[in-house]
Ligand binder design. Structure first.
Ligand SMILES: *Cc1c(COP(=O)(O)O)cnc(C)c1O
Length: 420
């Protein structure tokens, strides 16, 4: 069968929710992909910021093979070895306290939202018990106050142009009316503010606010890094009002911006962080990670669960990803090569009138395209053996594997210029 046959079969049997480019990938090696016809592509998309280690890393693949031979799945009714290892490594890298593994980024967002609401719920209960104790009655049997007077805070403030996933909860905090339109009513209690506009966030805060959720660097929305004063201002606002800060590091985390997590460059710790994409380098896995404060007062047995989440196979992948990041000095490598990457992109912006700006952090970069559809450039790039992505706002998105070298950047520039 040739590529045409696979494309036709896919369109016949796979629900058409994606307009796919006419390429059927079969293999990967290093930072190059090969399609079924044997054509090679330099990959600056990494499966949408997933394949950080490059393709065919022998140590990674062997760790997966070994885990397959040991055990693939056990369920969360029992302990397993990779779960403990992976959780320790993620907790330490994030500087947070407790991990819940999911199967995707979207599910990590769902869990983060539930953890935040539970935290607010328990806080309200504690307040009621204290009030009941002060008035001499037993907190448990005190008559429930009218919900409007005394309901736990439940509102979430999310950002316009954010992306957090496609499930109903995650979609509810995704600031893109186009994605939401056909699926209303969504989860209630969500308000939107403008990213990088602290006053607009403050304007949405009230007594019902339990959490603020945002990406540290907006990805799908067009590669917008948070401005330091904004993120630090939101953190201060959350501290002042005991609102939880949820940072979505699903795309910008795991070394992509030159630190384990992008928020670490701002000196800002979230109360809850979500992680996925590069976390398992292609093995489907996500996580939400809680600070000690939230871990002590949120989800408990019975509140949340998943059959697959934390499964030994996925966790073996996570554990090995952390080991290889250390061994290959991935974070340091991204830091060291970022100035060169940015210089080359800035030179393109200088040279071509239709490129009007570069935005980004580390190996998460966007070029703003004007006057022609970015999709045409992405298509032309594929013809020239280069995988690049797009993002909202006619942005050309570059999220290469984190193991690229200088010559890969040079080759990317050559193939991209040919595509212009
Ligand atoms: C990709 C992405 C998600 C959703 O993750 P899935 O694994 O596709 O469910 C959520 N947030 C951000 C910032 C993302 O980039």
């Amino acid at each position: 069968m040739g590529s045409q046959d696979y494309m036709e079969k896919t369109e016949q049997y796979v629900l058409h929710t994606y307009n796919r480019f006419p390429v059927v990938f079969e293999k990967g090696e290093g930072v190059y992909l090969t399609d079924v016809d044997g054509k090679q592509y330099l990959d600056f998309g990494a499966g949408i910021a997933v394949f950080a280690l490059g393709y065919g890393n022998e140590e990674f693949n062997n760790a997966l093979k070994t885990q397959i031979d040991n055990i693939i799945h056990t369920s969360n009714l029992f302990y397993n070895v990779p779960l403990a290892d992976a959780a320790e490594k993620l907790a330490k890298a994030s500087g947070l306290s407790k991990v819940f593994f999911t199967n995707s980024g979207t599910e990590a967002i769902e869990g983060a939202l539930k953890a935040a609401r539970k935290y607010a719920y328990l806080k309200e209960q504690a307040k009621r018990s204290a009030a009941a104790a002060a008035s001499g009655s037993d907190g448990d049997t005190a008559p429930a106050a009218a919900p409007d007077d005394n309901a736990a805070a439940y509102e979430i403030i999310a950002m316009n142009h954010s992306f957090h996933g496609r499930s109903v909860g995650a979609l509810s905090v995704t600031g893109n009316p186009h994605y939401q339109e056909a699926f209303k009513p969504l989860m209630g209690g969500v308000r939107f503010a403008d990213f990088n506009d602290l006053e607009s966030v403050k304007a949405q805060v009230n007594d019902r606010t339990c959490a603020i959720i945002m990406e540290t660097v907006q990805g799908e929305g067009g590669i917008y890094p948070a401005e330091p004063e904004f993120l630090q201002g939101v953190r201060a606002l959350c501290d002042e009002k005991d609102i939880l800060l949820i940072l979505d590091e699903i795309q910008c985390g795991m070394g992509r911006t030159g630190s384990w997590f992008a928020c670490q460059q701002y000196g800002v710790q979230p109360d809850i962080m979500t992680c996925a994409k590069a976390l398992g380098c292609g093995v489907p896995v996500g996580a939400f990670v809680l600070s000690e404060k939230v871990a002590q007062a949120s989800l408990v047995p019975g509140d949340h669960g998943t059959t697959y989440g934390g499964n030994p196979f996925a966790c073996a992948a996570v554990s090995k990803v952390f080991d290889l990041f250390e061994k290959l000095h991935i974070v340091e490598h991204v830091q060291a090569l970022t100035p060169y990457f940015e210089q080359q992109l800035d030179a393109l912006v200088e040279k071509y009138d239709f490129l009007t700006a570069r935005r980004g952090k580390g190996f998460m970069q966007g070029l703003v395209v004007e006057g022609r559809p970015v999709g045409d450039i992405v298509k032309a790039a594929l013809e020239n053996g280069l995988v690049v992505l797009s993002a909202e706002g006619n942005v050309l998105r570059l999220v290469p594997p984190l193991v690229i070298e200088k010559e890969d950047i040079n080759e990317m520039v050559r193939r991209l210029e040919k595509s212009f």
